[in-house]
Design a protein around this ligand. Sequence first.
Ligand code: GSH
Length: 220
Amino acid sequence: MAEEVILLDFWPSTFGMRARIALREKGVHFDLREEELLSNKSPLLLQMNPVHKKIPVLIHNGKPVCESHIIVQYIDETWGPESPLLPSDPYERACARFWVDYVDKKISPGGRAALRLAGEAQEAGKKEFIEGLKVMEGELGDKAYFGGERFGFLDVSLIPFYSRFYAVETLTGCSIGEECPKLVGWAKRCMQRESVAKSLPDEHKVYDFMLEFRKKLQAQ
Ligand SMILES: N[C@@H](CCC(=O)N[C@@H](CS)C(=O)NCC(=O)O)C(=O)O
């Protein structure tokens, strides 16, 4: 029987991008279903992720998997063992998971505040975002990818935030290229991969979306 793989997604979501990239790295065919997240969540989303009611949700043969980093690990364990995303060594795996957790706790909230808030709170978000990126740049060092020569779990988890660099720079007046030149070099390397290039939206489209989103937040 053919496999059924559905991804409930929302195009500007960095979390959704992680799942898209991992599926494409593994060459899995999937049905991408765009949610109207801001206005009208689908009954399928509410049924498949009743706890958080958030995307992304991967539905594999009718069974849901939620939370982006758990989805990426599930994809890695289910498909394409010849091209693993997580390292085989348990210690290296633990380190990769630590850094993905750091991305979720520092870079994601920093970027969110820089894009959605104003004034001092926005400035604090920008600072947190850039500080986090600098720490990641230190972790990258002179390697091609975070795991070395091979594109892996941490690359998948961090690269979606590259689609927000232009919006953060334009809204807050900074240059991430000047602050983190090696990290931007890494991001451009990742963008040469088809899986990444196909999964990240255009940075100007993200910026326009953020402007609209800010207007909606201010009107509330
Ligand atoms: N920790 C979750 C976060 C997912 C998340 O925040 N999804 C957002 C879109 S970026 C969402 O569905 N928001 C809808 C809502 O909050 O109601 C993950 O890693 O998947």
